[in-house]
Design a protein around this ligand. Structure first.
Ligand code: ADP
Ligand code: MG
Length: 353
């Protein structure tokens, strides 16, 4: 199309009215064709201007969102001018899981793609449940709890021992391995037996402190500097603190694993009119675009000893809280995860409305 325009521009002086008309009709046909593709695409497409207002959208976008895209863009919290991917749960007019991808436009503004992932997510969770071998399921359901308790006791005693014999490499190694075992157990249990969150009013920041305390040794050993920005006053949200501790653990652990020794981790908590927001940012290796597309899917791992369950579980927990998780990444310069949970008063209003 661009070559075609260049050709016409070069020869425009030589074109007579008949030829111009012919070229005009060609362009009109092409525009019709592209308009039809846009209008009939089953993916929702929204074009946003620099300020984030919707300037064009197709019928699929309206159908997926259940309202005019112009009215919905604020709630989508689109990262403007950036490539990103996130999943969000829509409760009106029916319950749906949507995938939202964004791309910056060369001409300024942002392109937003929306896809209905409800069936796919249900299927992959179903496959996960059915596909897990009996041995793993038995381990997860019966034995895991039995293993978790003694592990906890060993870990506590090691902490006491560490106070008596500080800086002992063997103790440190044992604690690290126990942490690993605990996280494997937790991830399998959560993946195979998702539990409904036990919601109570609280702050989105509370479970962060426990999680950072659990990971303190690893952070110190890798000499990773942590910048924490948590305001003292935060809006209340409906939260299951222990599930959220797991979410923070999964995301921060990934960030540590992606960051070289001496790297940096930023954890920032804020809020806006609708949500309490947590941003977890690292300056690690980043995520390749082809991998970003499959983020939050089970068994997608790039690690030799990874299981690819952490992000899937985290996304599910956040969805069960009525929230969203969004990942933005640039290869070699780091990754940012943004978690949003509706403020308590908004959630109540949304449930009533
Ligand atoms: P696992 O950690 O077992 O691989 P996860 O579900 O926690 O499984 O993560 C899936 C994949 O997402 C990781 O293997 C990694 O490739 C990528 N990833 C997640 N977080 C980050 C991050 N902060 N930086 C770079 N890659 C990441
Ligand atoms: Mg992980």
């Amino acid at each position: 199309m661009r070559n075609f325009f260049r050709g016409v521009r070069k020869r425009i002086g030589k074109l007579d009215a008949g030829l111009l008309r012919e070229q005009y009709e060609l362009i009109a046909d092409e525009a019709d064709f592209l308009e039809t593709l846009f209008a009939t695409n089953s993916e929702g497409i929204i074009v946003l201007d620099d300020q984030g207002s919707a300037i064009k959208s197709n019928p699929a976008a309206k159908a997926l969102l259940g309202m005019e895209p112009e009215d919905a863009v604020n709630d989508l919290a689109v990262p403007l001018g950036k490539a990103s991917k996130k999943e969000l749960a829509i409760t009106y007019p029916d319950e749906k899981i949507l995938e939202m991808r964004t791309l910056p436009l060369k001409s300024g503004g942002t392109l937003v793609y929306l896809r209905d992932m409800t069936a796919e997510r249900k299927r992959s969770e179903e496959e996960l449940r059915l596909g897990a071998t009996k041995a793993v399921r038995d381990l997860a359901s019966g034995v895991a709890h039995e293993i978790a308790n003694p592990l906890n006791a060993i870990s506590l005693n090691l902490q006491l021992l560490e106070r008596e014999i500080p800086d002992n490499e063997s103790i440190k190694t044992c604690r690290k391995q126990i942490l690993r075992l605990e996280s494997i157990l937790r991830e399998f249990l959560q993946a195979l037996r998702p539990s409904r969150p036990n919601l109570a009013p609280g702050s989105i920041a509370d479970p962060l402190k426990n999680c950072l305390a659990t990971l303190r040794n690893e952070i110190e050993e890798r000499r990773i500097s942590v910048t924490l920005d948590i305001p003292s006053a935060l809006p209340s949200v409906a939260i299951d603190k222990s599930q959220f501790e797991q979410v923070y653990f999964n995301i921060i652990k990934n960030a540590l694993e992606a960051t070289k020794c001496g790297g940096h981790l930023w954890v920032e908590v804020t809020s806006d009119d609708n949500d309490a927001i947590v941003r977890i940012k690292d300056d690690g290796e980043g995520i390749a675009p082809e991998q970003l597309i499959h983020l939050f899917e089970p068994y997608r791992t790039t690690k030799e000893k990874g299981n690819g369950l952490g992000l899937m579980i985290s996304a599910r927990i956040i969805r069960d809280h009525g929230g969203t998780i969004c990942a933005e990444s640039k290869q070699d310069s780091g990754t940012t995860f943004t978690i949003r949970i509706p403020r308590l008063e908004k959630r109540i209003r949304r449930l009533k409305g």
